[in-house]
Design a protein around this ligand. Sequence first.
Ligand code: SDX
Length: 429
Amino acid sequence: MDNNNACVVVGGHSAELKLRSSTIGPSVLDIGSLYEQTKMFTYDPGFTSTASCESSITFIDGDEGVLLHRGYPIEQLAEHGDFLEVCYLLLYGELPTAAQKKDFDYRVVHHTMVHEQMSRFFTGFRRDAHPMAVMCGCVGALSAFYHDSTDITDPHQRMVASLRMIAKMPTLAAMAYKYHIGQPFVYPKNDLDYASNFLRMCFAVPCEEYVVNPVLARAMDRIFILHADHEQNASTSTVRLAGSSGANPFACVAAGIACLWGPAHGGANEAALNMLTEIGTVDRIPEYIARAKDKNDPFRLMGFGHRVYKNYDPRAKIMQKTTHEVLGELGIKDDPLLDIAIELERIALTDDYFIEKKLYPNVDFYSGITLKALGFPTTMFTVLFALARTVGWIAQWNEMIEDPEQRIGRPRQLYTGEPQREYVPVSKR
Ligand code: SDX
C-alpha cells in the first residue's frame, strides 16, 4: 500500500484499489472495482466500516465526541444560531448573510400552509393512531399535491421541494398532534419564528390567545438544531437509497420517517422516557443496569450507546443544559424522571460494562424529559425528531442527486442458501 493505492490479494486474484483522502477523519479504500478484479464482494452488514458516499455536510468524530455541520461545531451553532440559519447552512454550505437569512426565512414562512385537502387525509386515521404512523402517511401523500416540484432533475424544483418539506413538516406535525388529542387544527402565522409558530400550532386553542414563551421557543429551536443532521445514520441512508432510484423527495422523506421510528434510532427518545417511567424510583436503577448487562435479556438502556460516538454525544450535553433551562423556566423544581436520569447516567458511567463498551448517553437520553416538560406526549417525541431531521435528509438527498458518481444503490449479498436443485412434484415429496 502506498499513499494512493492498495493491493489486495485474495483467492488467487489481486486487486489494485485506490485510496481516497478525506479533509478530516478516515480516508477510504475505493472497492468499486473489487468484484471485477477478484469476483469477490466485501461483507459489512451493519456498515460499521463502510462509507456509502462522499459528503461535505456533516462530520462526526466518535472518539472525540465532535459534531461539525459544514465545519461549524454543534456547540457554537446551538449557542449562537437559530434553526433556519442551520437549515440554510446545511442546504447551501455557508452561513447566510443577513440579507440571505431574511430572504430564506421569508421563503420558508410562505410555504408553511398545506393544501386544505390534507386535513381530510387525517380523518382517515383512528384518533389513537401513533402520530409517526400518521406522519408516514401524510408526508408521503404530499407527493400527490405538489406535482410541480417532483422533477428531481430540475435544480429549481428540487429547491422548491426542499423548502416545502422544511416549511410544512411543523404544520403536519402539529396537525398530527391536534388530531391525536381531538382538538381543531391551528393554521401557521407568518409573523412568528419557526419554533414559536410550531409551539402555537400545537398548543393554541380557538377559545383564547396563545402567548409564546420566548424561553421555551428558544429551547424548542435549539432542540431542532441538535437533531438537524447526523452524517449517514440509518434514516438518512434510507432517504439516500430511496432517492437513488429517482423517487420524489416527499416519498424519500416518508421512507426516512419510517426508518427513524425504530427504537434503536429516533424512536429511542420515546423509549428512553418510557424506560425512566418504568424504572420509577432511583433505588430500582441497579435492577435495570443488571438487565442491560445481561446477555440473555434483550433489554437495553434506551438513550445510551451509539454506533459512532464512543465518547459522550456532544448533543446530549447541550440537551441536558436545555432540560435544566426548560424545567427552571416552568418552575419545575424536582422532576423525578430527571433525578432518575442523572443517577442512572452517574451509575452507568462508573460501571465497567459501560466503560468497556464505551456506552454514553446519546441525544435521546435527555430529550424526552425536556419534551414532556414542554407539554408533548411521548408519542410525539419521534415526530419532533423527524421534523428537525427533515432538513438533514433533504440536504443529503440534494447532495446525492448532484453527486456525479451517484448511481442507484444496489448492494449484493453473501448467499448461503441451497445450490440449484430440481423441482419435485408434490406426489413425490
Ligand atoms: C440515534 O447513527 C446515528 O447517528 C443515530 C442518531 C442520529 O442523530 O441520527 O445519533 C440518533 O439513533 C441515537 C441512538 C438511539 N438509540 C438508542 O439509544 C437505543 C439503545 N442503544 C442501542 O440499541 C445501541 O447502542 C445502538 C443501536 C445505538 C448502537 O448499536 P451498535 O452500534 O450496533 O452497537 P452494538 O449493538 O453492537 O453494541 C455494542 C455492544 C453490544 O454488546 P456485545 O454484543 O458486544 O457484548 O454494546 C452493547 C451491545 O449489547 N450495547 C448496550 C447498549 N448499546 C449497546 N448494552 C446496553 N444498553 C445499551 N443501550
